[in-house]
Design a binder for this molecule. Structure first.
Ligand SMILES: [Fe+2]
Length: 253
């Protein structure tokens, strides 16, 4: 498989899911790693990154002040070295039972503070729990994007669950690594099936570093274009992220 570092994709890419902030979760461990990740993303033609540090009760509860500080540092570095790169502060928000209040009250759990949430589940969560938590997020006024939906057993076993979630208004994000086969053949095949059926709105890198979980978004965009056609690539890597960004930036402006 060719390296994602070979050339930029033919149009500017937006990464909607990545862990580039230094020292806030299991993503970039230092500013040096962050700088490497930004450089790689820039070289690959990524021009907008929604940075999505984890929030997960009992596991990743980095205070908002630390997140904002890490974001400011990262943004300053990006502006100095890659002035065309735009960063938006988001969050990968892990669902929990009492989450409604947190999601409503705290813009840091949403994407750019807009009413959009990148909602993560545990691998073994049940269909009824997933449905219920999506509805809970929607009650806060949020539009839900389900993070790496292809990785949950409930969705793998019951594709109708995914269709229900989409019917309920949720959008589906799949990881570049899943579709490219880095997480195994089964996940690759399943991700491809979701894409073929038009159920995927976004593909994100979910990059954590430059070594074992690098940014393969451009590589994935080339793969999607070749296998599913330019229309699919444009919809997933350009039109949908741009619509999302417009909503997010409207809130910020
Ligand atoms: Fe993630």
């Amino acid at each position: 498989m060719k390296s994602a570092e070979q050339k930029a994709f033919r149009f500017p890419l937006t990464d909607v899911h990545c862990h580039i902030l230094p020292g806030v979760d299991d993503g970039a461990s230092s500013m040096e790693v962050t700088a490497g990740m930004l450089e790689q993303a820039y070289r690959d033609g990524i021009r907008t990154m929604i940075v999505t540090p984890h929030f997960r009760m009992g596991m990743f509860e980095t205070p908002g002040t630390c997140i904002r500080e890490a974001f400011r540092e990262t943004e300053a570095y990006a502006q100095a070295h890659f002035p065309e790169m735009k960063l938006v502060l988001g969050c990968e928000f892990h669902a929990f039972s009492e989450m409604e209040e947190a999601l409503k009250a705290n813009p840091r759990f949403r994407l750019g503070g807009a009413y959009r949430v990148l909602l993560e589940f545990s691998g073994g969560d049940t269909p009824s729990y997933i449905r219920d938590r999506v509805l809970a997020a929607q009650r806060t006024g949020c539009r839900v994007i389900i993070a790496h939906a292809e990785r949950y057993a409930a969705i793998q076993q019951e594709e109708s669950l995914l269709r229900d979630l989409v019917r309920m208004g949720a959008e589906i994000q799949v990881n570049a690594d899943s579709l490219l086969g880095f997480d195994g053949w089964g996940i690759k095949r399943f991700s491809g099936k979701l894409l073929e059926k038009g159920l995927v709105s976004y593909i994100g890198s979910d990059a954590h570093n430059t070594t074992n979980r690098p940014n393969r978004l451009a590589e994935c965009a080339r793969y999607v274009e070749k296998k599913y056609g330019p229309g699919a690539a444009e919809r997933i890597f350009s039109e949908n992220p741009e619509t999302l960004l417009r909503a997010v930036l409207r809130t910020q402006g």
